[in-house]
Structures are given as structure tokens and as C-alpha cells.
Design a protein around this ligand. Structure first.
Ligand code: 4NP
Length: 161
């Protein structure tokens, strides 16, 4: 049987604070569900400033507090090919969503959406704020990624899950 892999890309501005955390937490949910063969996860930034860098130390430490290691991730910029490679391109906030849509090729098949689409809420940018901001980001990302996984599971063939 050929299993179609779902590919999920989390996107923020710099790819060092929010989307690396979303990638790590979503992967954790995926592993807990035993779906790591069926669901591929990655993250990217709309800006190129931090390409090749590790996540912000505050995101690494926040993930670590919850038993999740994101220290080996490396920032990269969103590319046009991502719109063909990924089924879901998930923005952390409304301005990311606009930047993603600006980069999108005319015709593409990706489902481009906000992480907290149903709540119509942003995951706020914590970069210039206090350390505690990262705990708030974690809570939003944990719930948003969990709900996204449930949505994806509902769309999957029952034989796959
Ligand atoms: P992120 O946060 O988009 O969640 O990775 C930011 C990281 C870096 C900058 C802004 C936001 N920056 O201005 O360099």
C-alpha cells in the first residue's frame, strides 16, 4: 500500500522563535500519535536574516522545559518550491500570512492558513519582549498544533492512522 505523506511547514518572520517551537511541539504530538512516518514537519521564515542559525536560546529553553529538543534545528527562508512540497503552510500571525501569500506562485496546491485560524488569533512575536513571552507562545503553539494534528488526522484515510 502506498501511503501519502502529509507535509506541514510552520512559518514566522525570522524562523528562530515561534515556528521552530511550533515545529518541535507539532513533531512531539505526531510522535505521540505514532504518525512520524505519515507526517513530515519543517519550519521556515519569510525573512532571510537568520538563515543557518539555531533557534533563539529562549525558544530552546522553553521547549526544553517541556521535554522537547529543538536545539538542532536551523533557520531557513521560505522558498517558492515550498508551495509545491507542502500540503499545509501554517503562519504564526496575520502579517506572516500576508508575507506568505505575497511569495506564493500564481497556482499552487498548499493550504495556507493561520495556526490559530479558528480562534482568529495571532501567536505574538516574542523576539523583543520579556522571557515570559515565550511561555505564552508555548501555550498557544501547544494547543494550535494539537488541534491542527486532529484536523489532519480527520482528513487522513483511516487505514493510515
Ligand atoms: P520569529 O521572531 O519570527 O518568531 O522568529 C523574530 C525573530 C527575529 C526578528 C523578529 C522576529 N528580528 O527582527 O530579527
Amino acid at each position: 500500500m502506498v501511503l501519502l505523506q502529509r507535509r506541514v511547514l510552520f512559518v514566522c518572520l525570522g524562523n528562530i522563535c515561534r515556528s521552530p517551537l511550533a515545529e518541535g511541539v507539532f513533531r512531539h504530538h505526531v510522535m505521540q500519535a505514532g504518525l512520524e512516518e505519515q507526517i513530515y514537519v519543517d519550519s521556515a521564515g519569510t525573512a532571510s536574516w537568520h538563515q543557518g542559525k539555531s533557534p533563539d536560546i529562549r525558544s530552546i529553553q522553553t521547549a526544553q522545559k517541556h521535554g522537547i529538543d529543538i536545539s538542532r534545528q536551523q533557520a531557513r527562508q521560505l522558498h517558492e518550491e515550498d508551495f509545491e512540497r507542502f500540503h499545509y503552510i501554517v503562519a504564526m500571525d496575520e502579517s506572516n500570512l500576508i508575507n506568505i501569500q505575497d511569495k506564493a506562485p500564481y497556482l499552487h496546491t498548499a493550504n495556507v492558513r493561520l495556526l490559530l485560524e479558528h480562534e482568529k488569533k495571532d501567536v505574538p512575536d516574542p523576539y523583543y519582549g520579556a522571557n515570559e513571552g515565550f511561555d505564552g507562545v508555548y501555550d498557544l503553539v501547544r494547543d494550535g498544533t494539537y488541534n491542527l494534528l486532529q484536523e489532519i488526522r480527520e482528513e487522513m484515510d483511516p487505514a493510515e492512522i
